[in-house]
Design a protein around this ligand. Sequence first.
Ligand SMILES: *Cc1c(COP(=O)(O)O)cnc(C)c1O
Length: 351
Amino acid sequence: MTYFRPDIADLPAYVAGKNPEDPDVIKVSSNEMPFPTLPGVAAAVSGRIGQLGNYPDMGNTLLREAIAAYHETSVANVVVGNGSTALIEKFLTAVCTAGSEVVMPWRSFEAYPIAIRVAGGTPVPVPVRADGKPDLAAMLDAITHRTRAVMVCTPNNPTGAALTHEELHRFMRSVPSEIPVLIDEAYVDFVAMDNPVRGIELTREFPNAISLRTFSKAYGLAGIRVGYALGAADVMAGFTKVATPFGVNMLAQTAAVAALQERPAVDRRVATIVKEREKLVRALRALEWNGPEPQGNFVWFNLGEEAERFARFCAEEKIVVRTFADEGVRVTVAEPQASLRLVRAYKKFRA
Ligand SMILES: *Cc1c(COP(=O)(O)O)cnc(C)c1O
């Protein structure tokens, strides 16, 4: 006996990275930043600790103003949510009806199929290309009269490859304007390639383009839960209507405002990770790893049935990685010690 709709009863469970108990083990399974909370953020949050009896600002005013200023856009183009995952869920719940389809790349962020099904929709997974990018041509072909939204993830989690601006622009020109396209740019800060996607520019040109950002990755605020969407004012207004009242807590709003003020420190941390990623990629390529050029803060090992065998070598080296059974292994770029262990594990695996 269950109270839940049949389509909820057999939902796959989201698999979160495990928190190791052994202090010597390094967790590189959740794409977290390996740094302590930014000092300005810690100070700002501490300053609010005595006020937890008050409701937060329901309109997220200060935070939306800070985000708008940072992106040189208007407050009307910004919506804040309890992590960008919550924004994805809310949006899909508001647009799907029974029989709705949502086209998404796959393998991609595992929250997508769950959010789509919770919304009552049907996920239409389109395999990513051999180079790890979402297959935009195949995704276009997958659009039908039942399609209510399209997900695009760039850089794609977990394959790490990113689309170019021209690729996504061409796609946006072909998608019917009545179908919203959610461009998940969770890893935008780590992109270091020619011609990167300029998501905000796309939202200005195409009213059906929505850019999703998060404070969980580059800003290192995964634990406090805050993300945002950028897009046309009327779309953002619809978004706001379905928001959970007071959904973004006071400490999260405070932390995110402070994090934006610490943008130079964020940039330095991101640069450290990008440099570490380049070092790691060179070491792995020397061992004949030939995965897609990673553009996020993680590296993908496309190993098929060998994924679990490689994960065991990683466990022996005391790093916790994210294993996708029979598909591959995703490893977060973190401290140099983690890279050393990863390279050692891969060397042993190859031997
Ligand atoms: C981490 C991540 C997010 C952000 O999730 P939050 O809910 O903001 O923590 C969104 N999309 C992708 C692809 C991610 O990997």
